[in-house]
Every structure is written in structure tokens, then in C-alpha cells.
Design a protein around this ligand. Structure first.
Ligand code: HEM
Length: 290
């Protein structure tokens, strides 16, 4: 949805399609509200538009869900993928979490610092000339904030900023990370994203304690574009005994080439038909962005 590797025509067409779709959904829910979240949001937005003395314009009825979907859709899967990958490639850190020496919540804070789910967010333009650390940014200049770089800043995080350390103490002089933004526009969905990631890690590693990467980190294809930051797929192996064979809902599709790998022979057949992308195997973002 925030792909930066598409041409302007394709991007505009996708945007128009999404706006039209959201418009149709909002209209349908306004006419016949249900008990779902979209209905609740639509009703609240309509109330703000109609009763709030122009607090909200018609275009914001669409823009608000659009922002929520865009902001919450690709980011959290990136966080979860980056956290799983970081733990799998740092067994000492995974061991700490397993032994109770660190919490999953610590992983969910260290991951965005070390491997930010959002690399850059275009664009901010200062409303006046701004001097930052001796550099003047003239009014109106587009500024690209680099969250990945900020997380590895040695001045902020110390000489070992490149190290993934779930026990890293919060420094008095710097925020733990800036990946959820800062100031008045700090991420509205931060508590939800944190909760989702903690639950996902807990469920995944409880169910598949022996999970390990199926390909070396360097061989993982990166997602295209420079806004989101994650691998496009994260193939992993599950070991015998880690999956209850009776549970046919098991996300066995997380494994690339499971049948070629004898260690995965105990796995049940996938519940999702072949060819249907599985959320853990391919990012929803990667599917919709193309
Ligand atoms: C790990 C997951 C997430 C990351 C890394 C992330 C990152 C960010 C960042 C960096 C900003 C600040 C943008 C700015 O300064 O202009 C932001 C804002 C925002 N985020 Fe998130 N986000 C995540 C999850 C979510 C979720 C799940 C939702 C909603 C369901 C959400 C909704 C928003 C909204 C509405 C804003 C705009 C807030 C404002 O401008 O006042 N985000 N997010």
C-alpha cells in the first residue's frame, strides 16, 4: 500500500480504487450499521461531521479509515517478522526470553530500534527555517526521517548500537527507539501494535519452540520500496515434536519446501489450499502492494 517501487500511474490507480472501495464500505455501513468495528468507526466519524460544527469534512470520512489501514497494515507484520528473524538469528537472546531473563515486551521494544519496521516516512516540510545540530533546513524543504538509522545511532544508543540486545537498558539521554514516531504525531496505534506483536511472539514460540530459519539471513529477499523495512518472506523450519499432529489448523505453510525437509515430516497437510498465500508466509503488505 505504501510501495515505492510502483510507477505513478499504477500508484494513482491503486489509490483511486482503494478510496472508491472505502467510500462504498462507509456508505454501506452508514446505511445499515452492523456490530463491527468499521460500522462503529463510520458512525463516530459521521457524528463528528454532522454534529461537531465542521470538525470533520466529508473527505475525512474516507481519509481516516484509509490512514488507519495504511498505518496499521504493513507496519505490524514487519515488526513481527523482524522480531522473529532477530530471535532466530540470536539464539542467546531467544534463550533469555525462554528462561524469563527478558520479556517478550522487551523484544518488541528492541526490535524496532535494531531493525525498524518503517525505514523512512516521506515527507515532512519545516514551516520555518530550522537549525538542527548546526545544519539549516530551509522552510519548505522536504525532509525524509530515517528511523532505521536513528535506531543504530551510537551517539544515542552507545557504541554497541549495532547489537541486538533485549536486555538493553533505556538510556536517560535517548528514547529506546523512534520507530513509532515522536511528539504530537506519535503513533496512534502503538499500544495495539505492541500488543499484537507480544501475542504473536508468545503464540509462535510456545507452539513452535524449535523454530529456526530455513535460509540464511543474507539470502532473505527484502521487501521492495524504502518505507517499510522487512524481509518479503521468512521461511522457517519446525522440528519434530513441536507441532501437535492432530491440529490441522497448524500454519505448516510457514515452511518453505516442507515436504523436501525430513525434519518437517510430522507436520499435517496445510489447511490452506496450495497457491493461496498464507499470512505468515507472505506479508499481506507484499501481496497488496503489487
Ligand atoms: C509496529 C507497528 C507500527 C509502526 C512501526 C508505526 C509507525 C508510526 C510512525 C513512525 C508514526 C509517526 C508518523 C509521523 O511522525 O508523522 C505513526 C503514526 C501513526 N500510526 Fe503507526 N505504526 C505502527 C502501527 C500502527 C497501527 C497498528 C495503527 C492503527 C491501527 C497505526 C496508526 C497510526 C496513525 C493513525 C498515525 C498518525 C498519528 C498522527 O499523525 O497523529 N500505527 N506510526
Amino acid at each position: 500500500m505504501v510501495a515505492t517501487d510502483t510507477g505513478p500511474e499504477e500508484a494513482m490507480a491503486a489509490n483511486r480504487e482503494l478510496v472508491a472501495l472505502l467510500g462504498a464500505v462507509a456508505a454501506a455501513r452508514a446505511e445499515q450499521p452492523g456490530g463491527d468495528l468499521t460500522s462503529a468507526l463510520t458512525s463516530a466519524l459521521i457524528a463528528a461531521r454532522d454534529e461537531g460544527g465542521g470538525r470533520l469534512g466529508q473527505h475525512e470520512l474516507i481519509g481516516t479509515p484509509l490512514l488507519l489501514i495504511t498505518a496499521g497494515h504493513e507496519t505490524t507484520p514487519n515488526l513481527i517478522t523482524n522480531a522473529v528473524r532477530a530471535l532466530c538469528t540470536h539464539p542467546d537472546q531467544l534463550g533469555l526470553v525462554r528462561s524469563g531473563g527478558a520479556r517478550r515486551a522487551d523484544v518488541v521494544e528492541e526490535t524496532p530500534r535494531w531493525d525498524s519496521p518503517v525505514s523512512y516516512l516521506p515527507f515532512r516540510c519545516p514551516t520555518r527555517d530550522l537549525t538542527l545540530d548546526g545544519t539549516v533546513i530551509p522552510q519548505g524543504t522536504p525532509v525524509l526521517a530515517g528511523y532505521s538509522a536513528a535506531g543504530r545511532d551510537m551517539a544515542a544508543h552507545g557504541p554497541d548500537a549495532d547489537r541486538f540486545d533485549v536486555t538493553r537498558p533505556v538510556r536517560a539521554t535517548a528514547a529506546r527507539h523512534l520507530s513509532l514516531g515522536h511528539g504530537p504525531h506519535y503513533c496512534l496505534g502503538a499500544p495495539l501494535a505492541r500488543m499484537e506483536a507480544v501475542i504473536a511472539l508468545e503464540q509462535l514460540f510456545t507452539r513452535f519452540p524449535q523454530l529456526d530459519p530455513a535460509v540464511p539471513g543474507t539470502a532473505l529477499p527484502r521487501r521492495a520500496g524504502f518505507v517499510g523495512n522487512s524481509a518479503e518472506t521468512l521461511p522457517v523450519r519446525l522440528r519434530p515434536g513441536s507441532v501437535p499432529v492432530t491440529d490441522r489448523r497448524s500454519p505448516a505453510h510457514m515452511i518453505d519446501g516442507p515436504r523436501a525437509d525430513r525434519r518437517c515430516a510430522v507436520l499435517p497437510s496445510p489447511a490452506v489450499p496450495p497457491g493461496v498465500p498464507h499470512p505468515f508466509r507472505t506479508h499481506p503488505a507484499a501481496r497488496t502492494a503489487r
